[in-house]
Design a protein around this ligand. Structure first.
Ligand code: KG4
Ligand code: ZN
Length: 360
């Protein structure tokens, strides 16, 4: 593990920040012993997006069986754990509370240390996870991280896998990349979530047959904007109606995906050059898609930099990344105990202000 951690500890991770109830048992070396994810996609799909109250209710129902399954699959008992890590921020407050209270209850019952971790730092730790079926060479520090998820889209310089070692270089001024996928899918009548279906249809479409502008294309800026893409698709639907034939949304999907991907990839290259970094990692739900993965790999090859993309289940929300992120904090002697609290905001300092751009 990049931190050079000497002692290896075993940690239970719990993730309930959004619409996945997840638990995992992971060693601080990155070894994943189990990784259980109960998705709520079906509960939210009829609403075309996440309904916070439904999310909290489902987490309450699922969190205990998911934890029991994670421990059973890992063959690890509560007595064999060295600590517990739970997503404490950012996310839906009610949903976060379910995970945090469960973690606190378990920690007190078993006299274990417990830490609340930042979900975004978790996504950046995903590149270090070692799944038995998919061992990877993790990124060497420092590296550039491109996070493209449903709630956040940003570029980070990572000097250390800890809040104080991560610097935001630029982020989205409006929607996150995944949010744009979901909104465009809704406009085109493709259901929720948008990522997988748009990726699939994009491969059958021709991006050149559907005009879309390049958002935030200034080369010197490391900020993003995705809401204009959605507005353009909305205008198209207003004028032409929803595509009726199954084959018709392929061109808008191809055009949307190519625009949604090319700016983050191009800005990653600018950031790699500016920060003089030779290693690049991606993460977040959008990085689970084939189109973005291929575009990033092509750019990395052209630049001669090493790209690390976690396996698909490590890109989308999971508890293994939360367990590893927490393991590193526990190794540093942290224990949040009764001070563990949740927040809708990230702990990472932000340079881009939503709707207004970079802080000067
Ligand atoms: O990182 P993530 O799982 O959750 C957040 O932290 O936000 O990202 C979810 C986003 C959704 O907007 C979805 O459209 C997109 O990632 N996505 C996927 C997939 N590919 C892209 N969501 C689920 N499964 C995928 N295969
Ligand atoms: Zn996430």
């Amino acid at each position: 593990m990049a931190s050079g951690a000497e002692r290896v500890i075993t940690v239970l991770g719990i993730e309930t920040s959004c619409d996945e109830t997840a638990a995992a048992v992971v060693r601080s070396s990155g070894e994943v012993l189990s990784d259980v994810i109960e998705s709520q996609v079906e509960a939210h799909a009829p609403y075309g997006g996440i309904v916070p109250e439904l999310a909290s209710r489902d987490h309450l129902q699922n969190v205990r069986p998911v934890i029991e399954a994670a421990l059973a699959r890992a063959g690890v008992s509560l007595a064999e754990l060295d600590g517990i890590s739970v997503t404490a921020r950012p996310g839906l407050a009610g949903a976060l509370h379910v995970g945090a209270q469960t973690a606190l209850g378990l920690a007190f019952a078993r006299d274990l240390p417990v830490v609340g971790v930042d979900h975004l730092v978790g996504h950046l730790c995903a590149a270090y996870l070692q799944y038995p079926e998919h061992p990877i060479e993790p990124p060497s520090l420092p590296f550039l991280a491109l996070l493209v998820s449903g709630g956040h889209t940003a570029l980070y310089r990572v000097d250390e896998l800890a809040v104080q070692g991560i610097r935001e270089l630029g982020a989205t001024r409006d929607d996150a990349a995944g949010e744009a996928y979901d909104k465009v899918a809704k406009l085109l009548g493709l259901g929720y979530p948008g990522g997988p279906v748009i990726d699939r249809l994009a491969h059958e479409g021709d991006a050149s047959r559907f005009e879309l502008p390049r958002p935030m294309s200034r080369r010197d800026s490391l900020e993003f904007s995705f809401s204009g893409l959605k507005t353009n698709v909305a205008r198209y639907v207003e004028q032409h109606g929803r595509p009726q034939d199954r084959s018709l949304p392929c061109d808008p999907c191809a055009a949307f995906q190519s625009r949604a991907v090319e700016t983050p990839v191009r800005k990653s290259v600018t950031a790699l050059e500016r920060e003089r970094l030779r290693t690049w990692a991606t993460g977040g739900g959008v990085a689970a898609n084939k189109g973005p993965r291929a575009a990033a790999q092509k750019a990395a090859d052209a630049q001669g930099v090493r790209l690390v993309v976690p396996i698909v289940r490590a890109c989308t929300d999971n508890a293994a990344m939360i367990a590893l992120s927490g393991a590193l904090r526990l190794l540093r002697g942290e224990n949040h105990g009764l001070t563990l609290d949740v927040s809708p905001h990230t702990e990472l300092p932000q340079t881009t202000r939503k709707g207004r751009g970079a802080r000067s």
